[in-house]
Design a protein around this ligand. Sequence first.
Ligand code: C5P
Length: 336
Amino acid sequence: MNPSQRSHGARQEASSIVRGVEVQAPAKINLALQILRRRPDGYHDLDTVFQAVTLFDTLRITLGEQPPKPPLPTSAERQLYVAPDGAWLEIESPWQVPCDETNLILKGLRLVASETGRSPAGVGIRLCKRIPPGGGLAGGSADAAGIVAGVCALWNLKTDSAGQREWGARLGSDVPFCLLGGTARGLGRGERLTPIQRTLGFWVVLAKPDFSIRTAEAFQAFNSSRHFPPFDINLLVRALEESAFSEFLPLLHNTFEECLADSHPEIAKVREDLVGAGCESALLSGSGSTVWGLCRDESGARAAANRLKAMYPFVAAVCPWNTGPQISQAAVSNPG
Ligand code: C5P
């Protein structure tokens, strides 16, 4: 190969590599959740403790990459949407997830673009879904946080984290926490956040039954039920800060469990199954339908998860995760 051929080859190689970022977006559970009141705007004021956990959706976001060429493998698990402006979204998921403009990923992309005067054209997003939707694990909100953080990195935007959380709040009540990650108390709709310096270590078993609960439907159940005695989340925060496992154990409480007890009696059964499998306690996550079980250590969580695998369509052993979305650079070769 002569030098001119070599430099031509190098140019070709350079032009087929596109810049991108890969984002690992964590799921969350609620260690406690108290619904305080219905607000005049239709939302509800909450007092909750969020915890990010080690179950991640992955988003790969690139600039200038051609969308995958049809025909895609004929599988319900892989969908592609190409927007009229050329932005595209490919979703690989074992669950049905909308792959169109209603997906929070595209809403998040368009929000950041319009706030910063950028064009979404040429942005390609591949989502690999591992967080089950409709489960109270913030699956959609994690993806929204992932696109906001990821596209800010891709476009080298100087937006600070508070600015990103303000955009996140417009996409959904849980999105600001999904951007912050770690352990945090959430007030208001859940968007007024105070980080908690958690020192308590534990493991968690997630078990999602074969039905989902829509968040709005769960809040409706609260509106039409009697009012429940308040509980003190300050005690739970202290137990988390002071590493007091036995104090923490009896403080797990979620108002939604009481509101949904009549319409979804299966939730109590999932709790019983988690405790029967070896968890020390169990609680509904957010508005469900996932129930999480508390374990002292990894081996206990893995043993309990193994016992439950045959009983529920989604079971995972996870542990607390101390940040929000993790971003790394990704260079991908452009098949186009
Ligand atoms: O904020 P997000 O879009 O995730 O909320 C979905 C629905 O859940 C809202 O339309 C509202 O009915 C209900 N919601 C609520 N109070 C909250 C959060 C959500 O009533 N704090």
